[in-house]
Each structure stands twice: as structure tokens, then as C-alpha cells.
Write a protein that binds this ligand. Structure first.
Ligand code: GDP
Ligand code: MG
Length: 828
């Protein structure tokens, strides 16, 4: 519990002090040190400050400050130990909890460390998270795979870590949801330690975020990840010197090979336990040191740690100590401005526990919208803004640059300076490889044919290789069907299993190989780094559609199944682009619609089958473009966030990563089959089976009089102008559950019509080629299946958008099919 929650007269032991460095330092200097007993002298509700007694002194703390101190109260201790600390009038023998017992409990509670992973996209945060927590989160080489935070736990060297994988960000400005999210997490959740994961093969860009974290004055350790790539490149880094320059411990890690991770978390414990806890003369606090040494003796296998651990934990009397809070030096002009604004902000004691005032000042000079909101709540906000304007003007004059870009440039200047001292760039081939490859695949002209070649290989591979396992699965489903048919006794249950479940789910499961193959190719491109390039060259085109380069992957995935595709839209930072990507995704013809096309093209368009098929896919894409443009103009409000498309270096994808990645996407498809499609198949079967199943002579007659037959007939007037009869209507209605069901329903309806079984199913459908094409158009566009709607609801956050998607697609389908059929009829 928090210190602020203790009532007058109660005691507690301090577990830890949270918050940024400046605040912790002040509080600790007042004597609020871990393991110390605090007594509340006066805590009146609504009264600020609260009076405490600690180390024999009386001290007042603001309520908001006391909220940042975690304690264990006597009451909590009682509940945990069953030992009472008070004398009640009870007959049972009771005893007081000794102070030592309380302290031990506090220590136990203290042994949970909250760690947050912060870093650029693709620097290996999720890999580190997975390694540490043993979880299986998706690992991808595409920027921003992680949008929401994931939590995991693990135990190490006597401590329990709660670790949070935060979304990747390049900076801590307030431009993207990720950036805001990460900032909020740091301020509101106050992780004890931040692990700043840095891509060591891309130091300059990654350290930019580090400089901003330093501004926030958070306690952190840097994981110099991908150190293997740094070494392979032939470049040299003196990371210990760099650590010292930054005042932050840095540990080389290779998440792929599990190197350096233990060392990293070992340092986290040291830092957490106060290895940065210095007296005025730079010496480590004696008590802290003793505790650290005790812990080392009991929990750490010394043999596993390199000798240079002394750099971090030994009592520090050298001037080169690693733990220290530095200020990024922005140069005299900016620094003056920062100080000027800070002085005005610092008049407000009430926010100092949450924010470093230097940080607020820097952010104000960067015109940060979120921080402006914070400042607006302050009584002297007008003066602060005036000070900021004045400082910004001075900077503008002095540097001929607006304060925002001046600060950015200054930070890069800081990084460049630090790297110049510590980093030797040998410009080896590997770097050039990436550069050479990039000049080709992102070339203004050549980029596109290369891109289309890859797409072509992907789709060819998917469908031609996929045909074999598909045939195998079809055979298996058939075997199963025959088996059930021959073994079960006749009756509704058997019919339900054979026609409903096996017919419905079996018709879907045969697409699994196709979908897995498609996702395999996508994963391959993502993990190798090519997808980022594809997104990069598509970015311009996508922007014209009101989308973002990153919309591209979800759209391609839509050709497999819209459900995982819509879930994949999460990677798009901008809400507007994300929503539009989700809404147009159903227009990407998913593989479930393919059998309907295949059924029709062969029969109605002999010789031109593949051309016709292609035209359907292209129509879907064109409509998606049109609708996206329309939506971005009239429907979805919001700004386009300026966003840099990053190009991670090419990497050799590992089979393990790709398999896992493919599987994670495929899983969603399987879930859809086990859930929605199974239920929908049974419902459709039920509607087609009842009422009075046994009252009719032929199956067709029975179908005609079933519920679904009645629905089909009821909607016949609406679909007649499109060239469809009521049987097709039934097929379309059943497709609402899942598009795969259209063919199987038509199969049932048309099979027994003539009693002549020589004709193929398509030949038995009495429509013209014109109506057949109209039908394909309608199937392409109308109503996304139930599972897709559920995905839309989940990702957009409201049923409103799911309902909208259902409505607009169905109306659009009707309009297009209607126009096509009617105009076609007039022309032919
Ligand atoms: P995140 O975006 O920060 O979560 O990064 P990921 O954990 O998804 O990693 C991105 C890519 O980098 C994946 O393909 C990982 O396999 C790869 N990766 C992660 N750590 C290392 C490492 O230490 N060395 C190398 N060579 N690759 C790594
Ligand atoms: Mg990640």
C-alpha cells in the first residue's frame, strides 16, 4: 500500500520510493529510505500535508508525494503473518510484531521489481521479453509489431521481475499513440527500472530515445542488443566509455543467442537496490552497500560474473562512476532557455513528484502538446507559457532555427559527439550490402517491378504448392464423411454431423494449407526486412488512398483471411489510417471466396477463366482504393501523422521465427473455424433442415420449404434485378456465416434438381454468364463474414464500425451487381 493511505497513529515500513530521480533523491534525503519505519503523526482527510515521524524526526509530506512511497503497514503484515501487533481485549495470547519482522516483510515485498522495456521498434524488446519471461510473443522484423503492452514474470537471483514489453518508439514526443502510451506508462505506472533496449548496430538513431529518457530522469539500464551484428559489421564500440558518458550502465546483449541477459538483470537488481545511492562525496551509502553485498553472497553465483562487475557495484570512489544522472547538453543558447522556463515551472511544488521540471521545460520548448496540457493545469500557466515564448524566440534568433528542431539537432549532436569518442565505424561490406540492396529494391522505378515479382511469387507459391495439401485434406474430409455416413444410424443428429459440421467446417479446413503458405511468405518477407521496404515504396501510393505504407501488409494478408488481416492493422499508429484499413479490408478477396469463383469461371467462362478470376480480384482492389479515398475524405476524421518509415537492416530470417510467426497468424484462422464457422454451419444446417423435414418427397422440395428456403424466397425480389433466383439467395444468406458456406449450400440446393448427376454443379445453376459474373461481384463485395465483423468490432472498439462495414459492403455489392447486370443486359 501507499504511505498516504496510513491513518493517524499507524506505522509502516518503507518498501520503495517510486518516481523520477530528482524526486527520489529529495525524498531519500529527507530520510524516507527503504526498510525504515514511518509513523503517521497526523493524517486528516482532505488535509495536506501529512505529518510523519521517521528516524526520530517530524517531517511533513504532501499527500501526492506520500502516494509515491510504497510501504507495508502493520495491518497488512498482520494479515500476512497472522500475528497481531496490537493488544486487543482478546483472550487468545497475542504478541506484537517486532520491528525486525516488519522489516523482513518489507524486504520480501521489495523483492518484486517492475521493469519496463523501452526502445525503438525492432531493436529486440519482444525477443528480450520472451527470453526473460519464457512467453511466446510474436517476434517480427517489421516496425511496430507491438502496439499494446505485454506483461510477464520471472524469478532471478532472489528477485521476482514483472516485466512489461512496451510498444516501440523512436522518440518520446507526443505524436503517435505509441509515444504517448510509453510516456504515460513511465509517469503513471512508475516502473522501478527501465531497460532501454538499443539496437547496437544502429546506435545513432536508437540513442536519440535514450537522450529523451535521460531528460525524464528515469532509472535505467541500457541493453546494447544485436551486439552480434555490431561485431559482425567490424565496427568497434567502447561501450564502457559510452556508459560512462551517458551515466547509464550498458550491457551488450544478443537476444538471439541468450547472451548478456543475466548480466543485464543482475545490474537491474543492483540499480534497484541503490547502487546509484550516493552520498555527497560520491561514496555509496554504507547500508546500501552492505545489503548489496549480502545479497551477492546469498543469491549470486560469483563465478558467472565477469570481473568488470566491479565497475558497477563496487563502492565508487573514482570519478568515472557509471551511475549518475547527466544532463544532455544542448549547448549554451538552448540550455539558457531551458533553465529560464524551468525556473517558472519549478514554482509549482505539486507536480514535481511526477515530472522532472527540466523535462517539462524541454518538452515545452519542443511544443509538446501533452506537456502543454499538464502546464495548463498549473496556476501560473500564463507566466510559464510567456517564459517559454520568450525563450523560444531567443533560441530562434540565436540559432536561426525553431526551438523544436534546435533541440533535436542538439541531441543528435550530443550522440555524435559521444560516438565519435567511443565508436569506430569501419564501413564494412555488410553495411554496404544493405545500402546497395536498398538502392535497388526501393528504387523509384525498379522497386515496383521487383515488388510485383515478389507478390507474384507469393501468390503463385501459395496456390500452386497449396493445391497438393489441399487435395489431401479434401480426401481426408471425404473419408471422414463416408465413415460417419456408414456408421451412424440415420436421423437428424447424423444429418447434422454430416451435412452441417463436416460439410461446413470441412469445406473451410481445406484452405488451411493455402493460408499457412501465404502467411509463411509474408513472414519470410517481414523477418528478412523486405516487407518494410515494400511498405516504404507503397507508402506514397497508400497515402493517396488516405492510408499509410503500413496498411499494406494487412491488405495483402486479407487475400488469405480477413480476420488475421484486420488484427494485423494494429501496427498502424495513426488511428485514421488504421480504421480505414480495417474497413476496406473485406474488399480484399479472401480465400474463402475463391471456391465460388472457381465453381463459376470454369463453366461460364471457358478459356478465359484465369482472366475473369483476375478481374474479380482487381475489382476488389480498385473498390478498396475508391472506398479508402472516400472514407478518408468524408467519414473518418483525423490528421495524418507525419511518420518516418524506418528501414531495418536486412536480416537472415530464422526458420524458428518464421514458423512461429506463420503459426500465430494461422491460429486465428483455425479459431474462426472451431468457433464461428462451426456454429454458423449448424445454424444454417438447422434452417435448411427444418421445419417438417420428413414431410417432403424430394430434397429440393424440402429445401424450398425450409426456413432458409423461406428466407431465400423472401429476399428474391431484392436479388432478382441482379440476375439471381431464390436458391442463389439462400446460398448468399448462408454466406453471411462464412463465405465458404455458399458453395456447399448451393451444392445441396442444386444437386437433386434434375436427378441427372452427369452435369457438374455449376452446369445445374440456371443462370447466364452475365448473371454468373454479377454473382461473383456480389460475393466479392457483400457482407463480411461474422468472424470478420467480430474482428472489426474488436479492433475498432465499437460495434458501430462493424455494423457500418456490414451495411456499406452489402449496399455497395448490390449497387455494383445491379449496375453490372442491368447495363450488361442492355448492351448484350
Ligand atoms: P521489437 O520490435 O523491439 O519487439 O523487436 P523484436 O524482438 O520483434 O526483434 C526484431 C528482430 O530482431 C527479430 O527478427 C529478432 O529475431 C531479431 N533480433 C532480436 N535480438 C537480436 C539479436 O540480439 N541479434 C540479432 N542478430 N537479431 C536479433
Ligand atoms: Mg516487439
Amino acid at each position: 500500500m501507499r504511505l498516504s493511505e496510513l491513518n493517524t497513529g499507524e506505522r509502516g515500513v518503507i518498501v520503495k520510493v517510486m518516481g523520477h530521480g530528482g524526486f527520489r533523491k529529495r525524498i531519500v534525503e529527507m530520510g524516507f529510505i527503504k526498510g525504515k519505519v514511518v509513523e503517521v503523526l497526523l493524517n486528516a482527510p482532505l488535509k495536506d500535508p501529512i505529518k510523519y515521524k521517521i528516524l526520530g524526526y517530524e517531517i511533513s509530506l504532501r499527500r501526492s508525494e506520500a502516494e509515491m512511497i510504497e510501504i507495508i503497514s502493520e495491518q497488512e503484515a498482520e494479515e500476512q503473518t497472522g500475528v497481531s501487533s496490537h493488544f486487543h481485549g482478546s483472550i487468545k495470547e497475542e504478541r506484537l510484531l517486532t520491528e525486525d519482522e516488519l522489516k523482513n516483510l518489507a524486504l520480501r515485498k521489495r523483492r518484486t521489481i517492475n521493469v519496463a522495456l523501452v526502445g525503438n521498434p525492432n531493436c529486440g524488446k519482444t525477443s528480450l521479453f520472451n527470453l526473460a519471461s519464457g512467453a511466446h510473443e510474436h517476434v517480427g522484423n517489421y516496425s511496430g509489431v507491438t502496439v499494446d503492452a505485454k506483461e510477464g514474470f520471472f524469478d532471478f537471483q532472489g528477485y521476482r521481475f514483472k516485466i512489461v514489453d512496451l510498444p516501440g518508439t523512436y522518440s518520446l514526443s507526443a505524436y503517435t499513440p505509441e509515444e504517448i502510451y510509453v510516456r504515460q506508462h513511465i509517469i503513471e505506472e512508475t516502473p522501478d527500472i527501465i531497460i532501454n533496449v538499443v539496437d547496437a548496430s544502429n546506435l545513432e538513431r536508437n540513442l536519440y530515445l535514450t537522450t529523451q529518457l535521460i531528460d525524464m530522469n528515469v532509472r535505467m539500464v541500457i541493453a546494447l542488443n544485436m551486439y552480434d551484428e555490431l561485431e559482425a559489421s567490424g565496427n568497434k564500440l567502447n561501450y564502457r566509455l559510452l556508459s560512462k558518458l551517458f551515466g547509464v550502465p550498458m550491457v551488450p546483449t544478443v537476444c538471439k543467442k541468450n547472451l548478456g541477459i543475466e548480466h543485464l538483470f543482475h545490474l537491474v537488481i543492483n540499480l534497484y537496490e541503490g547502487a546509484d545511492f550516493f552520498g555527497k562525496n560520491g561514496e555509496i551509502n554504507k547500508e546500501v552497500l552492505k545489503e548489496l553485498q549480502d545479497w551477492h553472497r546469498t543469491n549470486v553465483n560469483e563465478a558467472e560474473h565477469e570481473e568488470h562487475m566491479d565497475d558497477y557495484v563496487a563502492p565508487d570512489n573514482s570519478r568515472q562512476k557509471i551511475y549518475r544522472h547527466i544532463h544532455i547538453n544542448h549547448g549554451p543558447d538552448i540550455e539558457k532557455g531551458i533553465e529560464y522556463v524551468k525556473a517558472e515551472i519549478s514554482k509549482n511544488e505539486e507536480i514535481r513528484h511526477l515530472y522532472s521540471t527540466r523535462y517539462l521545460s524541454i518538452k515545452l520548448l519542443e511544443n509538446d502538446k501533452s506537456v502543454e496540457k499538464v502546464i495548463h493545469t498549473l496556476p501560473n500557466s500564463i507566466e510559464i507559457f510567456a517564459a517559454k515564448e520568450k525563450a523560444a524566440r531567443k533560441i530562434q534568433v540565436a540559432m536561426n532555427e525553431d526551438s523544436e528542431s534546435a533541440i533535436t539537432n542538439a541531441k543528435y549532436g550530443f550522440i555524435t559527439g559521444a560516438l565519435k569518442e567511443t565508436f569506430i565505424d569501419n564501413h564494412l561490406e555488410k553495411d554496404q550490402m544493405t545500402k546497395v540492396l536498398d538502392t535497388i529494391v526501393t528504387h523509384k522505378i525498379w522497386g515496383y517491378p521487383i515488388f510485383f515479382l515478389f507478390m507474384w511469387i507469393m501468390f503463385q507459391g501459395t496456390f500452386s504448392i497449396g493445391a497438393y495439401p489441399m487435395a489431401g485434406l479434401e480426401w481426408l474430409v471425404d473419408v471422414l464423411r463416408h465413415f460417419v455416413e456408414n456408421t451412424m444410424t440415420a436421423g437428424p443428429l447424423k444429418d447434422m454431423i454430416v451435412d452441417g459440421i463436416i460439410g461446413g467446417v470441412g469445406g473451410v479446413i481445406v484452405f488451411l494449407p493455402n493460408i499457412l503458405l501465404l502467411y509463411f511468405f509474408i513472414s519470410l518477407m517481414e523477418d528478412s526486412g523486405y516487407m518494410a521496404r515494400a511498405a516504404f515504396i507503397m507508402d506514397k501510393i497508400m497515402h493517396k488512398m488516405g492510408l499509410h505504407g503500413k496498411s499494406f501488409i494487412p491488405l495483402v494478408m486479407g487475400f488469405g483471411c480477413n480476420v488475421p488481416a484486420i488484427l494485423a492493422s494494429r501496427t498502424i499508429e495513426n488511428r485514421k489510417s488504421r480504421l480505414i484499413t480495417i474497413l476496406v479490408n473485406p474488399l480484399m478477396s479472401c480465400s474463402a471466396r475463391l471456391p465460388i469463383y472457381l465453381l463459376l469461371v470454369g463453366t461460364f467462362f471457358p478459356g478465359k477463366a484465369s482472366l475473369v478470376l483476375l478481374s474479380i480480384y482487381v475489382t476488389g482492389i480498385l473498390l478498396a482504393v475508391l472506398m479508402a479515398r472516400l472514407f478518408s475524405k468524408v467519414l473518418v476524421k483525423g490528421e495524418d501523422t507525419p511518420f518516418v518509415m524506418e528501414l531495418p537492416p536486412y536480416r537472415m530470417p530464422t526458420m524458428k521465427a518464421i514458423t512461429r510467426h506463420t503459426w500465430e497468424k494461422g491460429q486465428q484462422y483455425l479459431r474462426k473455424m472451431g468457433g464461428v464457422i462451426m456454429i454458423a454451419s449448424i445454424i444454417i444446417w438447422y434452417l435448411g433442415y427444418y421445419p417438417n423435414h420428413n414431410a417432403y418427397k424430394t430434397v429440393a422440395e424440402q429445401q424450398e420449404n425450409s426456413y432458409i428456403g423461406q428466407i431465400g424466397k423472401a429476399i428474391e425480389p431484392a436479388i432478382k434485378p441482379l440476375g439471381f433466383d431464390w436458391k442463389l439467395g439462400i446460398g448468399l444468406v448462408s454466406g453471411v456465416g462464412a463465405k465458404e458456406l455458399v458453395v456447399s449450400t448451393l451444392g445441396v440446393l442444386y444437386t437433386n434438381d434434375a436427378g441427372v448427376s452427369k452435369k457438374s454443379l455449376a452446369e445445374r445453376i440456371p443462370i447466364t454468364p452475365l448473371a454468373a459474373y454479377s454473382l461473383m461481384l456480389f460475393v466479392l463485395i457483400y457482407f463480411p463474414c461474422i468472424a470478420t465483423l467480430a474482428a472489426i468490432k474488436q479492433e475498432s472498439g465499437s460495434w458501430k464500425w462493424a455494423a457500418f462495414a456490414a451495411l456499406y459492403t452489402t449496399s455497395l455489392a448490390w449497387i455494383i451487381a445491379f449496375s453490372f447486370y442491368q447495363i450488361g443486359n442492355m448492351l448484350l
